[in-house]
Design a binder for this molecule. Structure first.
Ligand code: FRU
Length: 496
């Protein structure tokens, strides 16, 4: 069992721990995958996560635990739900049972209730646990499982309170059948099957980690739609795992997608954004919908060259919908709380790329933990513009925009260590229009990752990279005719 002592990160960097992020969440030690049980309660954002407390590869799955008051600095807590009697604690969610519908509460303290998948050799079932002390200790419900259908591919319950119908909803997957199953309950203990969604969209791998929530459509007078997110596991012929989402309507019983059944929408075109989950019970005055994801990929999750930990979370992102010519699409923006990390700053406006780069070099603002916002104005002729980050020792990660193809990309082919898994050194691209010849790249660089938000969060790429710790260079470039850098801001990010 993990040492129960609490400590704050960043943890000291040892020679074996050169990739420990400055400001992304990592466990103190050992393996993690999906975020679980994201819930806000009494000033704290809870982050549980799939965790092997005993080793640095997948196994003995339990729920690790951390809390934060600002979504940026995390306080590590002991394992919350541990594997027991050969039943592993697979992914799931948590909610505050404000009305004590479950009866788990005592006195005035509402219970926090977690719904997770109990995984055994024989079966996957949906189970409950509850906490009466703000998530510090958890009791597995004596009546577990609450849903058992005799399936080995039935998992990842996401629960939330559906105010319009006054009951709890649970979304789960029949993973190998590519179906999301919705259940309803008055008390979290007895569940009734409501409906199924799927197959639809991408189906090469198993469906995992469903997520469902309403979101306002920005720029409209109160229009809102529901988003159903489902992840797709690895398929041997296809390479890695990734996520997809559907936009539609959920009436408390059934989800109906607006889009044709064969359209696949991705929320992130990088390799390292999987199993995203949104927080339940954000404070009433905070009307944001926030999520984060596991920043790795099953293709190489057990081999990434980090120690003593393996696996990290992406930055928390705020979500919105916006209508484009092609339909309503998801927008992701890094949460505003991240601004508290900003340290030394470089800012310039109205320079050509070469001049901007010269001034950037002269200012010496570089590093392994940076935030960069670059507004480019593209020349009339086709061009490529962008940034090279973590530059040094014959390596660089290229983050760019190709105006001919109207694509944003991250190229990690020469980003540093790529040898630990075949095919890691690759390039990821995503469509991004440049209205009026303008494009904005908003980039977060950390010790082993880049997260790139293009066009105000319409196109996103999240990629792990493993550069040498000395590779801290930052360059701005253009190929073809020079582009204008309308505005460039760079901050060094520091966890304080
Ligand atoms: C997704 C997943 C889930 C499962 C968990 C097990 O990454 O495969 O479907 O609950 O990981 O660790």
């Amino acid at each position: 069992m993990l040492d129960a002592s609490r400590f704050y990160f960043p943890l000291p960097m040892t020679e074996h721990d050169i990739y420990r992020p400055v400001y992304h969440f990592t466990p103190p030690a050992n393996f993690i995958n999906d975020p679980n049980g994201l819930v806000f309660y009494r000033g704290e954002y809870h982050l549980f996560y799939q965790h092997n407390p005993f080793g640095d590869t997948w196994g003995h799955m339990s729920w690790g635990h951390a809390v934060s008051r600002d979504l940026v600095r995390w306080d590590h807590l002991p394992v919350a739900l541990a594997e027991e009697d050969d039943v592993m604690i697979f992914s799931g969610s948590a909610a505050v049972d404000w009305r004590n519908t479950s009866g788990f509460g005592r006195g005035a303290e509402p219970p926090l209730v977690a719904a997770y998948t109990g995984h055994s050799q024989a079966e996957q079932t949906q189970c409950l646990a509850y906490s009466l002390d703000a998530g510090r200790t958890w009791t597995k419900y004596a009546g577990n499982p609450v849903i058992a259908i005799g399936s080995r591919e039935f998992r990842d319950p996401k629960i939330f309170w559906h105010a319009a119908t006054g009951r709890w909803i649970m979304a789960t997957v029949l993973a190998d059948l590519h179906r999301v199953r919705f259940y309803g309950s008055a008390d979290l203990r007895r569940w009734e099957l409501l409906s199924e969604f799927g197959p639809a969209g991408a189906q090469e791998g198993v469906w995992e980690c469903p997520e469902l929530f309403p979101l306002a459509v920005e720029g409209t007078a109160g229009e809102s739609r529901w988003v159903l997110k489902v992840d797709i596991g690895c398929h041997p012929q296809r390479g890695g795992c990734y996520g997809q989402y559907f936009v539609g309507d959920f009436d408390g019983v059934r989800f109906v997608a607006d889009q044709p059944a064969d359209l696949v929408l991705h929320m992130d075109a990088g390799a390292d954004f999987y199993a995203a989950q949104a927080w339940n019970d954000l404070p009433p005055l905070d009307d944001r919908r926030l999520w984060l994801a596991w920043m790795s990929n099953w293709r190489y999750a057990n081999q990434t060259p980090t120690a003593p930990w393996r696996g990290a979370m992406t930055l928390p992102r705020s979500l919105a919908l916006r209508r484009f010519d092609e339909g309503i699409r998801l927008i992701q923006r890094p949460v505003a709380e991240l601004r508290s990390l900003r340290g030394a700053h470089f800012g310039r406006a109205g320079l050509k790329t070469e001049a901007a780069n010269r001034q950037l070099q002269a200012a010496g603002l570089q590093g392994d933990a940076l935030e960069i916002i670059a507004d480019f104005r593209l020349p009339a002729a086709t061009a490529e513009v962008g940034l090279r980050v973590r530059v040094g020792r014959d390596e660089a990660t290229v983050i760019g925009y190709d105006s001919a193809k109207q694509q944003m990309f991250v190229d990690r082919t020469r980003s540093g260590r790529c040898d630990f898994a075949p095919g890691f050194g690759e390039r990821h691209v995503v469509a991004l229009p440049a209205p009026n010849g303008r494009v904005r790249l908003h980039v977060y660089v950390d010790r082993c990752s880049v997260e790139v938000f293009g066009g105000g969060g319409r196109s996103v790429i999240t990629d792990l990279i493993f550069p040498h710790p000395d590779s801290t260079g930052l360059e701005i470039y253009s190929a073809g005719d020079e582009a204008l850098v309308e505005r460039l801001d760079v901050w060094r990010l520091e966890a304080r």
